[in-house]
Design a protein around this ligand. Structure first.
Ligand SMILES: Nc1ncnc2c1ncn2[C@@H]1O[C@H](COP(=O)(O)OP(=O)(O)O)[C@@H](O)[C@H]1O
Ligand SMILES: [Mg+2]
Length: 355
């Protein structure tokens, strides 16, 4: 993709930041000897700008996310589907990579949603014939090929359109890995020891997209993580699920002795619905490790995921884009505050006065 200088500034815009002008970009480019702004080679855009692959160089200086001092592992997990786990993973990973933060996405959901959303595996539905489609499918290697020692770790890492963003794709054989892990010694630390540790120096950030079902792969993801992000949809049908999840996860972290930061991100908020607002406000006031901004239900958000890009890339400067950037900023803040205690309060979703 080609981005004009105006769009580039807006990709990195937050509600509090000043929009960088073309002169600011030129100054940055000169100061850090970056590639100069150029015309769109395909000629579709009139102004000058950058292609996606050059954005990280500028994003590093223009953006709002700092490279972590030590590489960080983030898991996106909650025991519910359709709550924007994969969309959040995509937004977080792409925006981090655009800040020149070397990022590896690991997909752990057999549904392969993040693998499709990363656009690294070609769409075979329009293949010429069955044979080409099948050979394309077989070409994709995943964790199982490495787990069963059919290939080396670098063989399962796939590049994306951003030079600082790679992915370990999901394949349906993850089901078998999950089962085989059950019979392994130190079964909960396989991912950490065999996948993440060996390549820790090559990446600043690992982002793990989890399935909604708690299984051995999830246990591995949590064991490897510094930060767990759990999206919570602002819908009443989430109530029982949230209570159950919260007590389960706290017990798990305690029992395993994990040093894991945990934050909740409210999602699928509908401003026009009173109930949605009440639920969001309850999350804000009663869950101390809940960030104070909710992701709204939006067509832009949905379209961005379908277009396999982050919201700030898809519609730079839009309300939805500013919301995503603000949330990423809050997540980064939380990552820095390692010492803050894990929230242990247990409140009922029904406020005391009404109970
Ligand atoms: N801001 C948004 N508002 C509404 N729908 C969205 C938004 N962002 C993403 N979506 C869509 O919601 C659906 C579910 O999101 P997804 O991230 O796959 O959830 P999960 O991984 O938790 O199952 C997807 O089709 C996605 O494109
Ligand atoms: Mg998902």
């Amino acid at each position: 993709m080609f981005y004009s200088s105006k769009k580039i500034s807006r990709i990195f815009q937050t509600p509090k930041s000043k929009i960088a002008q073309k002169e600011d970009l030129k100054e940055l480019i000169e100061t850090f000897s970056l590639p100069s702004l150029h015309k769109d080679q395909d000629g579709e855009s009139h102004g000058t700008g950058y292609n996606t692959q050059d954005l990280p160089l500028l994003g590093q200086h223009l953006g709002f996310l700092n490279k972590p001092d030590h590489s960080q592992v983030i898991s996106v997990f909650v025991t519910k589907g359709g709550v924007l786990k994969t969309s959040l993973t995509l937004n977080l990973a792409r925006m981090a990579a655009l800040h020149n933060i070397r990022t590896l996405v690991i997909g752990l959901d057999m549904q392969c949603d993040i693998t499709s959303a990363m656009g690294v595996v070609s769409d075979v539905s329009n293949s010429e014939n069955l044979k080409t489609a099948m050979s394309e499918i077989d070409r994709v290697k995943g964790l199982s090929d490495y787990f069963y020692e059919r290939c080396e770790l670098p063989d399962i890492i796939v590049k994306s359109d951003i030079p600082t963003l790679d992915v370990i794709p999901e394949t349906p054989e993850l089901v078998a890995v999950e089962q085989s892990l059950l019979h392994k010694a130190k079964r909960e630390s396989w991912l950490k020891e065999k996948v993440i540790e060996p390549i820790k120096s090559e990446y600043d950030l690992f982002v793990i997209d989890c399935s909604p079902n708690w299984n051995q792969l999830i246990t591995n993801a949590l064991t490897a993580s510094d930060l767990l992000i759990s999206p919570l949809e602002c819908k009443i049908n989430n109530y029982r699920n949230f209570q159950m999840f919260r007590s389960f996860i706290e017990e798990f972290i305690d029992e395993m002795g994990l040093k894991l930061q945990h934050i909740y991100v409210p999602t699928r908020f509908t401003q026009s619905r009173k109930l949605s607002k009440e639920i969001r406000n309850w999350y804000f006031s009663e869950i101390s490790n809940c960030i104070p901004v909710a992701i709204k239900d939006s067509v832009v958000g949905e379209e961005a995921t379908a277009m396999k890009v982050s919201v700030p890339e898809y519609q730079p400067g839009s309300d939805a884009a500013l919301e995503v950037n603000e949330i990423l900023n809050l997540i980064w803040d939380r990552m820095k505050k390692k010492s803050s205690p894990f929230n242990k309060t247990h409140n009922s979703l029904i406020p005391e006065a009404n109970a």
